[in-house]
Design a protein around this ligand. Structure first.
Ligand SMILES: O=P(O)(O)OC[C@H]1O[C@H](OP(=O)(O)OP(=O)(O)O)[C@H](O)[C@@H]1O
Ligand SMILES: Nc1ncnc2[nH]cnc12
Length: 179
């Protein structure tokens, strides 16, 4: 198994952001480092390729940073999963709960079909609310989820277990125990 301690050391923790009690795992320090950004994308692409995706879905906003790079690496197209009222065309959408709030995700309603095997990409999984909503959105659109890959996992918040219970293969690189 790959030792990702080198990448882990580039993630900064900021206590009490955006609310008291949240330990915010800040990936801006990792992406500021050229080696860190390239290596994170390379390793996420390598972990995801065996699931044979046909499209990459990146979740706004931090999922775009990694998702576009992974799509480039794998030679696949990219579907932006956006917060509400950002996409110009007809959309399908779903409401979801965050570790610290409520939000809504949307995709264009004509970008996925039954032959698509979609790889979900985000920077981080916490409660899994965002990723679970994305799985539901992709399945509502009639496509399959091939796998989901996250740079950071907060396993104590249960997100990866929640996704696996929906029969989604999950890959993560960096694990932070605790909340
Ligand atoms: O597993 P969950 O509990 O759902 O939390 C994880 C989500 O929260 C963060 O995004 P956020 O909604 O803060 O948006 P941003 O990427 O626009 O900052 C993160 O980038 C994930 O998308
Ligand atoms: N603890 C956390 N750190 C960074 N991003 C998050 N998104 C949800 N929870 C988070």
């Amino acid at each position: 198994m790959q030792d990702n301690a080198d990448l882990l050391a580039l993630v900064r923790t900021i206590p009490d952001f955006p609310k008291p009690g949240i330990q915010f795992r800040d990936i801006t320090t990792l992406i500021h480092n050229g080696w860190g950004l390239r290596t994170a994308i390379d390793r996420m692409a390598t972990a995801s390729a065996p699931y044979q995706p046909t499209l990459v879905a990146g979740i706004e906003a931090r999922g775009f940073i990694f998702g576009a790079g992974i799509a480039h690496q794998l030679g696949l197209g990219f579907v932006p999963v956006r917060k509400s009222k950002k996409l110009p065309g007809a959309v399908i959408g779903i409401d979801y709960e965050l570790e610290y709030g409520v939000d809504r995700l949307e995709i264009h309603n004509d970008v996925l079909g039954p032959d698509d095997r979609v790889l979900i990409i985000d920077d981080l999984i916490a409660t899994g609310g965002t990723a679970t909503a994305t799985v539901n959105l992709i399945r509502m659109a009639g496509a399959k989820v091939s796998a989901a890959c996250f740079l950071v996992d907060l396993p104590d918040l249960g997100g990866t277990d929640r996704l696996r219970a929906q029969e989604v293969p999950v890959e993560t690189l960096l694990v932070f125990e605790g909340h």
